[in-house]
Each structure stands twice: as C-alpha cells, then as structure tokens.
Ligand binder design. Structure first.
Ligand code: HEC
Length: 228
C-alpha cells in the first residue's frame, strides 16, 4: 500500500470510530443511564424506622400524665363522636343490626343482579320449575316454601328440624352463612357476605314460582335524636 491508501484506510477507521462515538453519545442523550439499576420504590429498610411509641409518649404534653387528664381526653373524644354524624355501620349477616333494613335492601335490589349471583348456586341447585334435585334440592318457588319439604330430597336432620317457611328474612340470614345459621346443614357453601348481594339474589329467587309472599316494607330511615 502506498501513502494515499494508508491515509484513506486511516480516515475510514477514524470516521467509523467517530460515527460510533457520536451514535453512542446520541443514544446516551436519548436514554440516560442514571436510573439504571435503581428500584422505582424505596425498599422497606430504607423507610423511616418504626414509630417508637415510648418516645412519642415521652413527648406528650406533661399535662396528659396528670391524674384524671386521660379520662377527660377520652370523655371529650366520646363527646365529639356523639356530635359527628356517624355512618351507619352494620354487623353484616349476624342479624344484629344490618346496614339497612331488609325491606329497603329489597326495594333497592336488582333481580337481574340476583340472577347473575344465582350462578353460584347452579352447581348444586336446579332453579327450573319441575327441575330435578341435584346435590341440593330444586329451588323453584323456594321463597315462601316450607323449609326442607321439596319432594324427593334427603335433607339433613339439621335442616329438617329448622321448621317454618323460607321467608325473605330467614333466607337473608341463611345465605349469609348457611353453616352458622343452620349448624349441621349439608349445604356446603360459604355464604354471601354482602347484604346487597343477598337481597338481589332473594329478589330474583322470589320471581321463580308463584308462592312468594310480598316482600317486607322498607322502614322509614330511623333518625333518632337528630332532630331536637
Ligand atoms: C355445594 C353445593 C351447594 C351450593 C353451591 C348451594 N347450595 Fe343450597 N343447598 C345445598 C344442599 C346440599 C342443601 C340441603 C341442605 C340440608 O339438607 O341441610 C341446600 C339447601 C338449600 C336451601 C333450603 C331448601 C329447602 O328446600 O329447604 C336453600 C334455600 C338453598 N340451599 C339456597 C341456596 C342458594 C340461594 C345458593 C346460591 C347462593 C345455594 N343454595 C348454593 C347445596 C348447595
């Protein structure tokens, strides 16, 4: 090779290196590498240490330690809670105090939603008129039907002892937790926790058959003590 060829080769190499370098620079501009390898969140051990209650207590105003002061604070808080409008909290399914009364729940319930919920029952129950008993008895017309009386189904002793008819209320309690409501039942179903779901389902069940009694009336909202 002569000098010119060496020069051309050298220029080519230098040009290629330069092009590569500028590509690298350009890519670096597009995708800065600063964040690479860093977590997008702070791991737990980088968090502030747990609150040390003892030190918080040490920082309390000394007056709170004074005799009787704690009681006054508690009384004050109770007083404030009494004045603040409290959301109606219910003990779901326990039958102690439902969020809303069943009549109101049923009035607001949508039978189509109930029909969708009834999918949960179909693995064991047939819902059609004259349909067969499966793992559980046929449920056509179950609202208003005397408990444990569907022909040809072998009920558990617990269910046979239940007595009465399937009212809106008794279905509402039963479907919240069959095993709790009828201990010893062989209906192996955990229950529907949400009161609204149960109301919708029962509203749908009541459309199957003709024996369903009228649903309970919605109770006027109880506003005790609010207006004085
Ligand atoms: C895993 C199967 C299974 C599922 C799921 C199930 N059940 Fe049952 N169900 C039973 C069995 C079994 C019995 C009979 C209980 C007994 O004799 O103790 C029963 C009984 C009942 C009874 C009493 C019927 C009567 O004639 O007295 C009602 C009401 C009932 N089921 C409603 C439902 C509803 C509504 C659903 C859906 C939310 C449902 N069940 C889901 C198995 C099931």
């Amino acid at each position: 090779m002569n000098r010119m060829q060496w020069l051309a080769t050298g220029l080519c190499v230098a040009g290629a290196a330069g092009a590569l370098w500028s590509l690298d620079w350009f890519a670096g501009q597009l995708y800065p590498e600063d964040g690479v390898g860093k977590l997008a969140y702070a791991p737990a051990d980088a968090m502030p240490p747990r609150v040390d209650m003892a030190s918080v207590q040490r920082d309390w105003p000394a007056s709170l330690q004074a005799p009787g002061e704690g009681d006054r604070l508690i009384a004050y808080r109770r007083d404030m809670l009494g004045k603040a409008p409290m959301p109606a909290v219910g003990v779901d399914g326990a039958g102690i105090a439902a969020q809303a009364d069943l009549g109101t729940l049923l009035a607001n319930a949508n039978a189509d939603v109930g029909r969708a919920k009834a999918q949960l029952c179909l693995s064991c129950h047939d819902l059609k008129q004259g349909g067969p008993n499966r793992i559980g008895p046929n449920l056509w017309g179950v609202v208003g039907r005397p408990v444990a009386t569907h022909a040809g189904f072998a009920y558990s002793p617990a269910m046979k002892e239940h007595g009465g008819s399937w009212s809106y209320e008794s279905l509402f309690d039963f479907l919240a937790s069959p095993a709790r409501d009828v201990p010893g039942t062989k209906m192996n179903f955990a229950g529907l926790r949400r009161a609204e779901d149960r109301a919708a389902l029962i509203k749908y069940l009541a459309t199957l058959g003709h024996g369903a009694p009228p649903p309970p009336e919605p109770k006027p909202a109880a506003r005790s003590g609010a207006a004085r």
